[in-house]
Design a protein around this ligand. Structure first.
Ligand code: ZN
Length: 317
């Protein structure tokens, strides 16, 4: 039997996750090559209102990536709606008057052209609208084959009720609109160690395919302090079957961090925390073979690579 270090069988039961976003009808071809701002101006001019402008910040437009939208709106706008991947995405006004929304491209999204529908309302004029193209490029994730003790991948029947209950609880968190206010402060690494980020990897344990690895793993000896990657409110602090001692942070705007396999938890649900605050210590609790930190991120339900969050919301480069 090959000994594996720092991996886990799964963090969620296959088949209990919510439905994947469905593609939106493709754009007519000639529009596809218009720069976003021109497209915005054209769309809004047709509607007889001041234009919406959009700038996006992302590592790339591929499955598993966070895309930060900064939305310029007409004067007098008091409400902005954003819809992406068949979901309403919350938007908030920044201090400089622009609006912010976070669009996650789920790891399972099929590559093709999608659209993000944006509308700005307020004052007496008609709502300004913009249909913003989001061409999702293809991405290949690695597959790893591991041989482990069968008990490691097949939870005992007596644990199934607990596993399903916990999966439901977690899915309920992602599906609920985020309640914490958005903080603009930069995100930070939760532990100093490097990420051997196996995000998106398909694992085949003893010849059987298991759910995708929907987080990043960071090397860390047991007892290393785990810092909150961003500010927000603790949404869950509990001991779960797969992820062991786990802390979930609601960062606002639909962005959540899940920090797993902790040896110790130092916060309780409801606590308001800042980026960098210690929430616990690393360990090897739950279904793991060795100590490490598993950091998973959900953005309005989408599973994205935590390193894509650090890349666009981290300290200024
Ligand atoms: Zn992991």
């Amino acid at each position: 039997m090959l000994r594996v270090h720092g991996v886990h069988a799964a963090h969620e039961m296959p088949g209990v996750r919510g439905a994947l976003p469905q593609p939106i009808a493709p754009a007519p071809r000639p529009r596809a090559f218009l720069p976003a701002v021109l497209l915005a101006a054209a769309t809004a001019a047709a509607a007889g209102a001041a234009p919406i402008t959009v700038t996006t910040d992302a590592r790339s437009i591929r499955p598993g990536e966070l895309v930060v939208f900064t939305i310029g709106v007409p004067d007098g706008t008091d409400h902005v709606t954003v819809r992406a991947f068949d979901r309403d995405v919350p938007a908030t006004r920044l201090d400089n008057g622009a609006w912010r929304a976070l669009v996650g491209i789920d790891v399972g999204v099929r590559p093709r052209r999608y659209r993000v529908e944006i509308s700005a309302e307020g004052g007496d004029g008609p709502a300004a609208t913009l249909s913003y193209p989001l061409p999702v490029a293809s991405r290949t994730f690695p597959t790893r084959r591991l041989r482990v003790d069968p008990d490691f991948v097949n939870p005992p029947a007596g644990q199934l009720d607990r596993i399903l209950r916990e999966a439901k609880e977690l899915n309920g968190l992602w599906e609920r609109a985020a309640e914490a206010p958005w903080r603009t402060g930069p995100f930070v690494r939760p532990v100093p160690g490097p990420a051997n980020s196996a995000f998106g990897t398909r694992s085949i344990f003893n010849g059987e395919e298991r759910s995708r690895h929907s987080g990043g793993d960071f090397r860390a000896a047991t007892g290393t302090p785990v810092r909150a990657p961003g500010g927000g409110r603790v949404a869950l602090a509990d001991d779960l079957y797969f992820s062991g001692r786990t802390v979930v942070i609601d960062h606002g705007l639909g962005l959540f961090s899940l920090l797993a396999h902790l040896s110790e938890i130092d916060v309780t649900a409801g606590d308001v925390i800042e980026a960098g605050d210690t929430v616990g210590r690393t360990g090897a609790t739950g279904r793991v073979t060795g100590p490490h930190l598993h950091w998973a991120v959900r953005v309005n339900g989408a599973r994205v690579d935590p390193l894509s969050v650090l890349a666009v919301l981290g300290p200024a480069r």
